[in-house]
Design a protein around this ligand. Structure first.
Ligand code: FES
Length: 171
């Protein structure tokens, strides 16, 4: 049976509470865990954490907005970043950008409605002689072509399906 995202998130937070404890000093590690697993910290996650740590949700919001690495804004599970710097531009960046828009059905700066992918620009990834270069979360892809874009995205879609299935099995 598939577990709804909010239920899964609540169960995860309860699990992390047993690991880190339920006092105020657990706040940052808890937020980092949520960020790592869900790629963002939703309103709901902040509320559950606040309840579990017996602190006001405003305090949780304050911490999330203070630390720039903790993301409140909605980002996809996979952040796809295409290098827009000159060498990749000359190596065919525009064709890749168009392929990404077509495959994902979104523009740069947007997230797919199913929350799987965000599409962003990146500045030089240090792979200038192997452009166009693409980053998906921490993984770099070089010499990408419109055809390979399809395979790369299909691979991440499959990975996410497997994760969802495994998480459903665990609960
Ligand atoms: S210009 Fe794209 S990786 Fe350097």
């Amino acid at each position: 049976m598939l577990v709804p995202v909010q239920e899964r998130l609540r169960l995860d937070i309860e699990k992390w509470i047993t690991q880190y404890g339920n006092d105020r000093s657990s706040l940052i590690p808890m937020l980092q865990e949520v960020q790592k697993k869900y790629s963002r910290i939703s309103e709901y996650a902040m509320q559950v954490i606040a309840d579990q740590l017996s602190i006001h949700p405003v305090e949780v919001h304050g911490v999330v907005s203070f630390y720039s690495y903790l993301k409140e804004a909605h980002k996809g599970r996979f952040e796809v970043r295409l290098c827009r710097t000159i060498a990749c531009d000359m190596a065919g960046r525009d064709r890749i950008a168009q392929q990404l828009r077509n495959e994902l059905g979104i523009n740069f700066g947007e997230t797919t409605p199913d929350g799987r992918f965000s599409l962003e620009w990146a500045n030089c990834l240090g792979m200038c002689d192997q452009g166009p270069a693409l980053l998906v979360n921490e993984q770099v892809f070089t010499r990408v072509t419109p055809e390979s874009i399809h395979d790369i995205l299909a691979r991440f879609r499959r990975e996410m399906d497997i994760n969802v299935f495994q998480q459903a099995e665990e609960h």
